[in-house]
Design a binder for this molecule. Structure first.
Ligand code: ASP
Length: 444
């Protein structure tokens, strides 16, 4: 029997109906032995996540305000789920402990962790699986950094001899015994760690979308899902804001060579997206577009510098970058010409030190011309196949030219994994649509 770790996000477990779907998925394959649940999420768009309700109770408790009405809403959520699932259990004892603890020591992480803890109890009971408290197996140091080796050891020894287990996501315990959570969305990280520890064949991450999409559905109507993406491609797209998975969920499985499969609890028949390493057998995929995904991000500025004979001036670039460094600004891209240099930075980071940066660049390198251009969007066309395909960049530019979109900046990394172009923010949606048409629609 193989073994899969299956993580279900908050919307997949938001009510009894969703939990039944998750349970049917788990039971459909015997190898789905280790289950990592989130806390109940939103049932409808302006619903409140249990995690947020818990943060609120903690805040009230911290200011000495009565939080019983707010806590009652949390109880109602779980009691409703228990009743609708028809399981014979009560969480009253756990509720009492939580209330007492919040009154005595209103700690944020402890409060938030209870969402997953209670949901794990319910799910374990409903599935007939063992419940394993994440506080017993996920270990942090006293500063709150995950101790992966200790954790892996603890998980292995705790799961030894168990055929199955529900291990709540999002939290663990420090070596001093204090409950600690990952950052928001951190159940993804727990799932990844458990997958590493049990050496899973695959880490299935069940959510409410059928994987990563080639482009943002708010921009491109009904875009295709990405069937297979490498970790490196994912990083490029995630950096540009295409987020489905917690960033820290990659490392534990990547280092162990375990693929992640993003799946949709509401459409289990969809294959979802496989996130794999470069040595994956790609012949297994059915689709093979030249590009894997397109992502765009607004909110950039370029600092444009001109100086005659710039290329002869040793240390010119270093001096300019030093100014940014001294002002705590990282740069995103830096294409240069013989006598010109243009540096793309995050506008929000630049704003507070804008005049200071300009003055310091003037002082350091005495440019002939210096200006900042705001309102730039960066667009990344990402794809591992571009490396072996001719004409990709030409097609990107043809798409821009047909749409009469002015390209302000071009950058192709040496990895040939992506082509970055900068356009005016207003042109971004159209640019993405044109590239999608050029590479996805026309390759169908
Ligand atoms: N429940 C936590 C959150 O809302 C963690 C998670 O769902 O992954 O952020």
């Amino acid at each position: 029997m193989g073994n899969k770790v299956v993580k279900f996000g908050g919307s997949s477990l938001a009510d009894a109906n969703q939990i039944k779907k998750a349970a049917a998925i788990i039971k459909a394959e015997e190898c789905r032995r280790y289950v990592v649940p989130s806390a109940p999420g939103k049932r409808f768009s302006d619903d409140i996540k249990v995690t947020d309700m818990l943060y609120k109770c903690c805040e009230l408790a911290g200011s000495g305000v009565d939080f019983s009405d707010d806590f009652q809403l949390i109880k109602d959520r779980y009691n409703g789920i228990i009743a609708d699932l028809g399981v014979d259990m009560s969480l009253d004892e756990e509720f009492d402990i939580i209330v007492k603890e919040l009154k005595a020591r209103p700690a944020k992480d402890y409060a938030a962790s209870r969402g997953e803890f209670l949901n794990g109890k319910v799910l374990a009971k409903y599935l007939g699986y063992n419940f394993v408290d994440a506080a017993d197996v996920i270990v942090f140091d006293t500063k709150g950094m995950l101790l992966l080796d200790e954790t892996v050891k603890a998980v292995r020894s705790r799961l030894k001899g168990l055929d199955n287990a529900v291990i709540p996501g999002f939290y663990g315990r420090t070596t001093e015994g204090v409950i600690k959570t990952f950052s928001r969305g951190g159940s993804d990280v727990t799932g990844s760690i458990i997958a590493n520890a049990v050496n899973a064949d695959i880490y299935e991450n069940w959510t409410d979308v059928s994987g990563f999409l080639v482009a943002d559905p708010r921009i491109v109507e009904n875009p295709d899902a990405i069937e297979t993406i490498t970790y490196r491609e994912l990083r490029e797209l995630a950096y540009m804001g295409a987020s489905v998975l917690h960033e820290d969920a990659i490392f534990p499985v990547r280092s162990a060579g375990i693929p992640i499969n993003i799946r949709n609890t509401n459409r289990p028949e969809d294959k979802g997206t496989m996130i794999v390493s470069n040595d994956y057998d790609f012949s297994r995929e059915s689709l093979g577009h030249t590009i894997t995904g397109i992502a765009g991000k607004k909110g950039f500025s370029t600092i444009n510098i001109e100086k005659a004979m710039m290329n002869n001036e040793i240390g010119f670039g270093m001096k300019v970058l030093n100014v940014l460094y001294n002002n705590g600004i990282s740069f995103e891209h830096m294409p240069s010409g013989i006598d010109t240099m243009s540096i793309t930075v995050d506008s929000a980071k630049l704003e507070p030190v804008r005049e200071k940066v300009l003055a310091e660049i003037r002082r350091e390198v005495a440019p002939d011309h210096l200006e900042i251009e705001d309102g730039i969007a960066i667009l990344a066309v990402v794809g591992r196949r571009m490396k072996n395909t001719r004409g990709t960049v030409a097609r990107v530019f043809a798409a821009m030219a047909h749409a009469r979109i002015n390209v302000k900046l071009i950058d192709q990394g040496s990895s040939e994994l992506n082509v970055i172009i900068g356009v005016s923010e207003n042109d971004l949606p159209e640019a993405i649509r044109r590239i999608y048409d050029m590479f996805i629609n026309s390759e169908k």
